[in-house]
Design a protein around this ligand. Structure first.
Ligand code: NAP
Length: 402
């Protein structure tokens, strides 16, 4: 089986691009043209569907559009098949540091597309064998990095241990590059639930030759126990080929595939630099795994991610923990609403407290969320007391309820 690496990807990258461009041109251009021709006869200038400014349609138009829709859907399915076979023809070798709950969960899917090598503090050899992955203890981090031709290293350790893990990894990456050349640094990917913190740490410690992808799969072993289809995958292409990408710009690649770096210089996804193409190709191949598994792919800056998740993910975990602290139990007369409450408690408590603490400590917006939640609780209680006519009589009613 052919193995993919940054070094041997040069021709692969070109062939991959060529296959996709050729496929898109062959399939889509005629389709787009024919659809455009059909629709152009239905533009506002055409008398057939616009009468007195109100759109009308000829009999049979809907049927034609449905046929066209079916044809495009079948072309998309065909391109998807081609993408899959290109992906499988040169599989990535993916290392995972942190083979705990989440590391094992992603390893299961990665083994469908490539070779997986896991490492962690605990001994997960048996679990790795069951999954079809290789296992190396974290005490042999050097062997993990040096003895395997890793294309990608996914760091899936707890948020609180992330910085130390990256610091421990750096000397081995440097040694590998000294021995095998600058191209030998694998693509480093984090999957932390807080993104600005992870991005800052990676940029601070990793050698500039290491490409970086910041990512957060917004699902886990509970929510996606039946597969990743439809689940959200957030990512930021952070650094490729020593170029720090401006996340807000990079995530807005225009129709000509242009984007800006942090210095405001325009680049192209397919620009004429081999190392850039190689780096991009490796990132795209890794992202394709998530795509193929059916994830909803959302490019987003780490900063934006953290702003959103403080008011979505963190508040969910916070509520689950607060409600869990009440010691709530199922009763014989549970409403659907209460069953949902119990499910929230169960899912938030199946994640480690380290994870919850990490969400709090390393998202700069989380304290704001806590303060607003306390204020909201005070307001709601004050409203209840007011309605009861007790707001002035009860001691402490106007003070914080917490
Ligand atoms: P976690 O408690 O956040 O992390 C557990 C993992 O971290 C285990 O692999 C553990 O290794 C490792 N670890 C803990 N302390 C360590 C240390 N001092 N040094 C080295 N490794 C250490 O639970 P998790 O659910 O597996 O999450 C892992 C990462 O994935 C987190 O960054 C989390 O934010 C992210 N994530 C989780 C989910 C989810 O649904 N759970 C979803 C998306 C992203 P050992 O087991 O060998 O001790």
């Amino acid at each position: 089986m052919l193995r993919y690496s940054k070094k041997n990807s040069r021709f692969g990258a070109f062939i991959f691009s060529f296959v996709i461009v050729a496929a898109v041109s062959a399939f889509f251009l005629p389709a787009v043209n024919s659809t455009a021709t059909m629709l152009s006869s239905n533009t506002p200038q055409s008398d057939s569907i616009y009468e007195g400014g109100v759109p009308t349609a000829n009999a049979g138009d809907l049927e034609k559009l449905k046929q066209e829709e079916a044809r495009l859907a079948s072309m998309l399915a065909s391109i998807r098949q081609q993408k899959l076979s290109v992906l499988r023809s040169r599989p990535l070798t993916i290392g995972i540091i942190g083979f705990g709950r989440f590391g094992q969960f992603i390893a299961q899917s990665f083994t469908k597309y490539g070779n997986v090598v896991g490492t962690s503090r605990s001994d997960y050899t048996d679990i790795a064998n069951e999954i079809g992955a290789k296992y190396v203890p974290l005490s042999n981090l050097e062997g993990f990095v040096m003895d395997h031709e890793l294309d990608v290293i996914v760091v899936a350790v707890s948020i609180v241990s992330f910085e130390d893990t990256i610091k421990d990894l750096v000397p081995h990456l440097k040694k590998k590059m000294q021995l095998k050349g600058k191209d030998a640094c694998p693509l480093i990917v984090d999957v932390l639930s807080v993104k600005e913190h992870a991005r800052d740490i990676m940029l601070k410690h990793l050698p500039e030759e290491c490409d970086i992808l910041s990512s957060h799969p917004m699902f886990g072993p509970d929510s996606a126990r039946n597969g990743w289809q439809g689940h959200t995958f957030v990512y930021e292409r952070t650094r490729i080929d020593k170029m720090l990408l401006d996340p807000s710009q990079m995530n807005r690649v225009d129709s000509d595939a242009n984007f800006l770096d942090t210095k405001g210089v325009t680049h192209n996804l397919h620009e004429n630099s081999e190392s850039h193409i190689e780096g991009m190709d490796r990132v795209e191949r890794f992202l394709s795994i998530w795509e193929e598994e059916g994830c909803k792919m959302i490019p987003m800056s780490c900063k934006e991610h953290d702003e959103f998740t403080a008011n979505s993910q963190f508040i969910t975990h916070l509520m689950g923990r607060i409600l869990g602290a009440q010691g709530l139990q199922a009763t014989p007369v549970d409403t659907k609403g209460f069953q949902n409450v119990l499910r929230l408690i169960e899912t938030t408590h199946s994640d480690s407290f380290d994870l919850f603490f990490g969400l709090y400590k390393y998202n700069r917006n989380s304290m704001d969320t806590i303060v607003k939640l306390k204020e909201s609780m005070d307001q709601i209680i004050a409203k209840l007391l007011q309605k009861e006519g007790k707001s002035d009589t009860l001691p402490g009613a106007k003070q914080s309820c917490l």
